[in-house]
Design a protein around this ligand. Structure first.
Ligand SMILES: *[C@@H]1O[C@H](CO)[C@@H](O)[C@H](O)[C@H]1NC(C)=O
Ligand SMILES: *[C@@H]1O[C@H](CO)[C@@H](O)[C@H](O)[C@H]1NC(C)=O
Ligand SMILES: *[C@@H]1O[C@H](CO)[C@@H](O)[C@H](O)[C@H]1NC(C)=O
Length: 349
């Protein structure tokens, strides 16, 4: 009887699993967004931006870090609409294992960092958060303030480039699966959006300002679809698989799953005015390493930035990887190359 019971339960579970498989997450290539390391200590931190808003992050240090010798440090930025628990903590952990002091942070208006409205967009505040992290790290006595680098995933690649242009304390820059939020907001992916369509979006955001100033409800836009349908396009499915399944789903305190990833409609138009790659060549002679999957739907943003950047610059296409694959698939993410790059470029003067 017991045997039969177990059998029936096993069958029931298999049926449930196969019914789910159409939407279940894809954990291939070692997807491990929530990875924790046995040799790294994670400590919550908070520090002020220049505008006196609090930026919240995590500090990662290897257990055996010699605190009397100042170490090189790396700041890690999360994808747009995400929080530090998504991809940024993973990169920060892996780089801390290699002996770097690392910080992941929540961009202002997102996660635990201050800023109103929640889910707001301000490229200036986003860039400022990375300079504020340099302030924080550079005033720790176990960090060498001459050896601070920054790594941005997805949109944070663009935010870090915009920060680095005016903050030479960032000595080496890396971007992974970079998105230029300015270009994609203005033109769509692969320049699929016309000027007329752009103007409609801008007009919609402006109209929504009237609603909000008169006490109406906040509207949200963009981000990752909450529900898959038969018509959901491949790019939407790619993000859904990460943000809306246990593979990468994370809901910070004081928010709800339905609101995660979605910026406010009235602030999102700020991206129309964001040109992170203008003057990117002025970052030289500090180096930039651009990493993206050769299958990434976002390739154009890495190609454009790489073409415009001055030497020294490196471009690494990860074979067979798509855009979101490099958020969490540890068998595809080139952690060794990133480690070598920061070791070679965060060197004592
Ligand atoms: C899972 O993701 C990998 C990496 O993007 C991809 O190669 C593979 O085709 C995906 N599998 C399914 C069943 O979608
Ligand atoms: C610290 O730990 C790492 C990883 O376990 C090891 O490779 C390294 O040699 C250690 N360093 C010191 C100074 O003990
Ligand atoms: C859509 O997904 C949300 C979770 O984000 C869920 O709460 C809701 O029930 C879903 N709606 C439909 C119509 O399936």
């Amino acid at each position: 009887m017991k045997m039969i019971g177990t059998h029936t339960a096993a069958f029931g579970m298999m049926a449930a699993l196969s019914a789910m498989s159409a939407t279940a997450q894809n954990m291939s290539f070692g997807a491990d967004n929530f990875y924790r390391s046995d040799i790294v200590t994670v400590q919550p931190i908070a520090f002020p931006s220049q505008f006196q808003t609090t930026v919240v992050g995590n500090l990662f240090t290897r257990h055996n870090l010699t605190r009397s010798v100042s170490a090189p440090a790396i700041i890690v930025g999360h994808p747009m609409g995400a929080v530090k628990e998504q991809s940024a903590n993973l990169y920060a952990t892996k780089l801390a294992e290699q002996g770097f002091v690392t910080v992941s942070l929540d961009l202002p208006f997102w996660g635990s960092s201050e800023g109103e409205p929640r889910n707001g967009v301000s490229p200036d505040y986003f860039a400022e958060a990375f300079s504020a992290a340099v302030d924080y790290l550079g005033t720790q006595d176990f960090v060498d303030r001459e050896r601070i680098g920054a790594l941005g995933i997805c949109a944070s690649g663009g935010f870090i480039i915009s920060a680095a242009k005016i903050d030479p304390r960032m000595k080496a820059i890396a971007t992974v699966s970079m998105y230029d939020m300015g270009a994609v907001s203005r033109n769509g992916l692969h320049k699929s959006q016309s000027l007329e369509q752009r103007k409609e979006i801008i007009a919609g955001a402006a109209q929504q300002r009237w609603v909000e100033i008169e006490g109406g409800e906040t509207q949200y836009t963009g981000g990752t679809i909450n529900n898959l349908t038969a018509d959901s396009p491949p790019v939407a499915r790619e993000f859904y698989d990460f943000y809306r399944t246990p593979r990468g789903e994370f809901t910070p305190a004081d928010t709800t799953p339905e609101l995660t990833t979605h910026p406010t409609l009235s602030s999102n138009s700020k991206f129309m005015n964001f040109y992170p790659y203008n003057d990117i060549d002025s970052i030289s002679p500090r180096p930039i390493l651009f990493v993206a999957g050769d299958q990434a739907h976002s390739r154009e943003f890495t190609e454009d930035a790489y073409a415009r950047a001055a030497e020294p610059k490196e471009l690494l296409w990860v074979p067979r990887a798509g855009h979101v694959d490099l958020y969490d698939r540890v068998e595809l993410i080139p952690f060794n190359r990133l480690t070598q790059y920061f070791r070679a470029n965060l060197v004592a003067n």
